[in-house]
Ligand binder design. Structure first.
Ligand SMILES: Cc1cc2nc3c(=O)[nH]c(=O)nc-3n(C[C@H](O)[C@H](O)[C@H](O)COP(=O)(O)OP(=O)(O)OC[C@H]3O[C@@H](n4cnc5c(N)ncnc54)[C@H](O)[C@@H]3O)c2cc1C
Length: 407
């Protein structure tokens, strides 16, 4: 049986980042990343799924949460290095426009802007109209037009880049699905669904919405269904909207509350889509999508991932898109399911579940793609050294269990 110093379970955005950081910082450790690649056919796939099967995730620093701003800033600062080391491009500087009329959010984002001051300008609705004449905003909206590194990343390419670098630095990649973890006091035995067996001194669990399936004591980890709409745009519209930024905006209609939207992005089917979905804090979202609390087995999520998401939300998104870009011409629309993994406190869980043995880096809360490199780095360093290598407060990342307790 092959033995490793550290195994990273889950090769999504956070796990792949953690594996790269481990491979760079600890070249003498024997490392293995375990987790399947994207399914070839979502509708018939019987294994696990993930939150990264897409071409676009918004990236930007400005956020109502300073902690999110900091995680993003640290991660974004390393994008260019990851691209250079891997030879893969994943970062697109389209800019990001964040707009709201909620007083509390305005104050929070202003505080983030003062603290991190990424290249941006603050606009009122008239200013937005002047810069982006194809977009519609209410008169009482305030917007931050973030430039510089803001825009979007391709999550598939980011993961490929992280794994390419980790592999080149000696980390092994195992494409199986972990089915059980046993701690015999001397180390960990990791079993895979495919019949594989390996040993590790320590592990970092980064299995996203599936993390609970591998833990006896379940975490307070709500895996929430999330419906996206993909609106196909024709070539003349792609040209007209070439200055379109990524957008995160409160929406005038309470049935939508808030949405995010990417500029036209090419997809593997040869078409170009504007992707959008509902955004905001869980309590601000309209009619809740299905929530899978403390997912016990992956069967709970199969029906969701085999579906096309919630039809009513897709329809609300479609109406919202055509109100935000009133003259938009589209060729087709379709929806798809995704998963957002929420922690109890709204920050990722980065913690030791068993000191010196089992560590955790998960719960992206719908915003971790852009920040996955820093979340993965903090988790990797904690797992390898037992020490907290971040200026952010460790207490903010404590794992909370479903029974209400912490470790
Ligand atoms: C539609 C949508 C839009 C989003 N938009 C944005 C955005 O614009 N900006 C942003 O920053 N964030 C965004 N997010 C959030 C972001 O995608 C997630 O926070 C991020 O993917 C979380 O990373 P993760 O590594 O924790 O989980 P995942 O990316 O889901 O990765 C988990 C990995 O674990 C693997 N796994 C599961 N079970 C097992 C097992 N038993 N054994 C081995 N491996 C296993 C899976 O295969 C998967 O690869 C969005 C999310 C969704 C769903």
């Amino acid at each position: 049986m092959t033995s490793y110093d550290i195994a990273v379970i889950g090769l999504g955005l956070i796990g792949s980042a953690a594996l790269r950081h481990l491979s760079l910082s600890f070249p003498n450790l024997r490392l293995c990343g375990i987790g399947p690649d994207e399914p070839s056919d979502r509708k018939t796939h019987q294994g696990v799924f993930a939150s990264h099967y897409d071409q676009g995730r918004i990236t930007r620093v400005l956020d109502p949460s300073q902690l999110c701003g900091e995680l993003a800033r640290e991660s974004i600062a390393r994008y260019a290095d990851i691209e250079a080391a891997s030879g893969l491009q994943f970062h697109h500087r389209s800019g990001c426009l964040r707009a709201t009329d909620i007083e509390e959010r305005i104050a929070e984002v202003d505080a983030c802007a003062r603290r991190y001051n990424p290249p941006h300008q603050r606009l009122d609705a008239a200013g937005c109209k002047a810069v982006y004449p194809f977009l519609s905003f209410s008169d009482d909206f305030v917007a931050w037009d973030e430039k510089g590194e803001a825009g979007y990343i391709n999550p598939r390419s980011l993961i490929a880049a992280q794994l390419r670098v980790a592999g080149a630095n000696g980390a092994e990649i195992n494409r199986e699905i972990v089915s059980a973890i046993d701690d015999d006091g001397d180390g960990l035995t990791i079993r895979t669904r495919e019949g594989g067996l390996l040993r590790a001194r320590k592990l970092l669990l980064a299995a996203g919405g599936y993390s609970n399936t591998l833990l006896d004591r379940k975490l307070a980890l709500a895996a929430k269904g999330h419906t996206i709409l993909l609106a196909e745009v024709p070539p003349d519209e792609i040209k007209r909207l070439r200055a379109m930024p990524s957008i995160i905006s409160r929406f005038e209609d309470p049935s939508v509350a808030s949405l995010y939207m990417l500029p036209p992005v090419p997809y593997p089917d040869g078409k170009t889509y504007i992707k959008l979905g509902p955004s905001g804090r869980p309590q601000e979202l309209p009619a809740p999508e299905p929530t899978f609390d403390a997912v016990k087995d992956d069967g709970q999520l199969l029906d969701w991932f085999h579906s096309d998401g919630r039809e009513d939300i897709a329809e609300a998104m479609r109406a919202a898109l055509h109100r935000k870009i009133p003259d938009l011409k589209t060729q087709s629309h379709h929806s798809a399911p995704c998963l957002i993994t929420n922690s109890a406190h709204g920050n990722p869980y980065i913690d030791a579940l068993e000191d010196g043995r089992i560590y955790l880096a998960t719960a992206g809360n719908g915003y971790a793609a852009k920040s996955s490199d820093e979340i993965g780095r903090i988790g990797a360093m904690f797992c390898a050294t037992g020490e907290w290598h971040s200026g952010l407060d460790r207490a903010d990342f404590r794992a909370v269990y479903a029974d209400g307790g912490s470790k």
